[in-house]
Design a binder for this molecule. Sequence first.
Ligand SMILES: Cc1cc2nc3c(=O)[nH]c(=O)nc-3n(C[C@H](O)[C@H](O)[C@H](O)COP(=O)(O)OP(=O)(O)OC[C@H]3O[C@@H](n4cnc5c(N)ncnc54)[C@H](O)[C@@H]3O)c2cc1C
Length: 302
Amino acid sequence: MSFFDDAIVALLPMIPKVVTKRVAGRYVAGASLADAVSTVKLVTSQGTCATVDILGENAERREESEEAVSLYMRVLAAIRNENLDTNISVKPTHLGLRVDKEFCLGNIDGLVAKAKEIGNFVRIDMEDHTTTTDTLDIYRRLRESRGSVGVAIQSYLRRSEGDVRAVATQDANFRLCKGIYVEPLEIAYHKMSEINENFMTLLEIMFEAGSYVGIATHDDELIAASERLIEKSGLGSKDYEFQMLLGVKERTRREIVSRGHKMRVYVPFGEDWFPYSLRRLKENPKMARNTIRELLKWDRFP
Ligand SMILES: Cc1cc2nc3c(=O)[nH]c(=O)nc-3n(C[C@H](O)[C@H](O)[C@H](O)COP(=O)(O)OP(=O)(O)OC[C@H]3O[C@@H](n4cnc5c(N)ncnc54)[C@H](O)[C@@H]3O)c2cc1C
């Protein structure tokens, strides 16, 4: 990123939410469950499946997490009633990890039980490094007690190789991504070349263990390297899938589908769209510039 892009990213939190919402709208299905359902129908009509995420994180009160659980239950009911080709993704801190770990485990357990009952699946997102150990522990315990659950792994974390070696088996189900939180150098790779190299190392370990992997990236180089590894490992289309975020690189998404791979689109919705949209804008200085331009209505913005 250039100095100019850095400056824009630093300015983003100060921009009125109404402007950010207009520009970041492409990353979010909308505020309501109905918005999520219609977006899932749209993306699945384009040959992909989906995962629905209710926006929210860092709940400080039990009631906030309980509200999230009951909304997720409504999502699962909609999936069953409308026969939608989607599963759900959950964030541990949304479901009470900062309040109490066992409370969070109970909340996710209830969702996994319901998902299993209707033949569905719960993906546990990975948040910042303060949650990694607990998230993996929750994943391990739910996998043993119920199944129908998977976890995300971040290739920027130095610990991830050890974590993956400890949990990768034939029953394991991973989403492999680079990672989106700002983490200190002692625990995380910062150079893109190292993050990418670790991504491919982790993918190879997962495939060798016979685990199912959701390869979650928009990076052309990683997509190509993953396709080569899939071919070399002799995997079939039921052994893995690609995953991308709503609103990002739709042409690449279509191309991956046209090459015969399964593709899942991450569909976030909810009132709590602001932190998620900021993270997405920070990844994409061009969109961030649009946000500022919108604010200033200044056509000659560089
Ligand atoms: C399905 C899915 C689930 C995820 N779950 C998690 C999770 O649980 N925990 C976690 O920490 N992270 C998660 N992430 C985020 C991930 O870690 C990365 O931050 C993000 O995907 C960008 O990394 P990249 O692999 O696409 O590579 P990058 O090198 O960041 O991006 C590659 C190219 O994609 C394009 N691009 C990337 N992001 C955007 C954007 N927002 N807008 C427009 N273009 C963009 C750009 O052209 C860029 O050059 C998830 C990502 C996906 C796709």
